[in-house]
Design a protein around this ligand. Structure first.
Ligand SMILES: *Cc1c(COP(=O)(O)O)cnc(C)c1O
Ligand code: SF4
Length: 449
């Protein structure tokens, strides 16, 4: 890499006023960011500010909306409650109290994330989630933040310290013991936050532990990250970027697959030269890159955006993997799209690209029983139905079996659907209830990266 990277400046809601671009925004916009960011965490950096956001058209800019909290992300009630406190110089304690109340109203089940914690020798293994037979998720404790925060992200309880038990562990050794005892596991997926926030020396500890001979059943290591979009210099210019690429090479040389699961929401993130260079540098190590994103109102609810994004990804030798439906998130109503609309966006985009881009699967809901794909809307036996299938199931035997729900134009999530053809329950329901031990209405899926 010949050019130099710009300095990394991290911005929080307290320091964003110092960014020249932000200063030029109308006062009313800056005020909205100030108020809403009290509730929804805000973080940005110099690359995001300078390379990704179109400040001249910020109002309609998907990248601005993705990173800067918007007035409409809070209800009028929540917004004015915060505004009043700020206006009357309420104490930090009073503000924190109100923020906590509003967050609980936005995200009623933060503790639902505490399910699915595997055990070893009767002891819970925090930082690990094993929901589907072949794949274990690992949340390294030092990876519980990101280079910038996406406004739609459902993981903000983790970042803002809302949940008592973070999905985090320093205990790589107990994780390794767990994997040794679970020979059915072939894949380990590092997730967060963003694991690429970690220094190479720390990531190396975790990954090297998986390359030992007694873990030869681990065939694939995946790293979910948004760094290719938010700080591509992580792979090319950071002081430990060379070490990082050597680490990637070592994984590949060991005979494992290494997949960077890159998170892109819009083709605009794929345009800067720094991103292209980083992609090339990753691929040169022998690692591969698969891509994923949720479909979101105001960001990418347009088949053209997706078709362009997939084509651009394939042009850069990435493999499109998932289009997700966004699950329960803070400002849900702001980003939410009905399932039928999500399917139409997927279908129209899919029709516009060649088979090489059609490695992508969507729209996919990561829900309590499993990963469910909306295959489409059809008329069957005189009834309009959704055709669905499992891509992953709490019981692997559910996978790839089509099932049907009554058509519902406004439904946005699986729990709003009811079985078609007069059935009382979906085919998996009884089994799911016994897997969950009775209470099936808590959505316990937590990750997609
Ligand atoms: C998506 C996901 C995985 C990975 O599933 P793949 O089908 O292998 O991509 C694993 N665990 C959880 C909890 C997931 O949500
Ligand atoms: S979506 Fe990913 S990159 Fe964005 S804030 Fe959430 S965890 Fe971080």
């Amino acid at each position: 890499m010949t050019h130099t990277a710009p300095p990394y400046i991290a911005y929080s809601s307290n320091s964003i006023q110092h960014a020249a671009q932000f200063q030029k925004l109308p006062a009313i916009e800056r005020h909205a960011v100030e108020i809403v960011s009290k509730v929804l965490p805000f973080k940005a950096n110099s690359y995001v500010i300078e390379e990704l956001i179109d400040w001249d058209n910020f109002k309609s800019d998907p990248m601005f909306t993705l990173i800067f909290p918007q007035r409409e992300m809070l209800s009028d009630d929540h917004f004015s409650r915060m505004e009043q406190l700020v206006k009357h110089n309420a104490s930090a304690q009073a503000i924190a109290h109100e923020v906590q109340k509003i967050r609980m109203e936005l995200n009623p089940h933060p503790s639902a994330q505490l399910r699915n914690i595997p055990q070893i020798d009767g002891q819970p293994l925090p930082g690990v989630q094993h929901k589907y037979r072949e794949t274990v998720l690992f949340f390294p404790s030092q990876g519980q933040t990101c280079h910038a925060y996406c406004t739609f992200c459902f993981r903000w309880p983790q970042f803002v310290g809302m949940s008592d038990i973070k999905f985090a562990t320093r205990e790589i050794q107990t994780f390794v013991e767990y994997l040794k005892a679970h020979k059915e596991v072939t894949d380990v997926l590092f997730t967060g936050g963003d694991p690429m926030i970690m220094k190479t020396s720390i990531l190396e500890n975790y990954i090297d532990a998986l390359l030992k001979d007694d873990l030869s059943h681990i065939r694939t290591i995946r790293i979910g990250t948004k760094a290719l979009s938010y700080w591509p210099y992580r792979f090319t210019h950071d002081p430990d970027a060379d070490d990082l690429r050597r680490l990637f090479e070592r994984v590949v040389k060991s005979g494992r697959n290494l997949f960077i699961m890159a998170h892109f929401n819009h083709y605009r993130e794929l345009q800067p030269k720094a991103q292209r260079d980083a992609t090339r540098a990753i691929l040169d190590t022998g690692a591969q890159i698969r891509t994923q994103s949720p479909v979101l109102k105001h960001i990418n609810d347009d088949p053209n955006v997706w078709a362009t994004m997939w084509r651009e990804q394939v042009d850069q030798n990435m493999i499109p993997y998932y289009m997700f439906v966004e699950r329960d998130t803070g400002p849900k109503q702001f980003f939410e799209i009905p399932l039928e609309h999500a399917w139409n966006i997927f279908r129209e985009a899919y029709q516009r690209v060649s088979g090489i881009c059609r490695t992508v699967r969507g729209p996919v809901l990561s829900a309590t029983p499993g990963k469910v794909q909306v295959l489409g809307v059809a008329d069957l036996a005189g009834e309009r139905v959704f055709t669905l299938r499992f891509l992953q199931g709490r019981n692997p035997d559910w996978v790839a079996r089509p099932f049907f729900a009554k058509h519902d134009q406004g439904a946005t999530w699986l729990d709003q659907l009811t079985p078609a053809f007069g059935d009382e329950k979906f085919f998996y329901q009884n089994e799911l209830n016994s897997i969950l031990g009775g209470d099936s209405d808590i959505d316990d899926s937590i990750s997609f990266e």
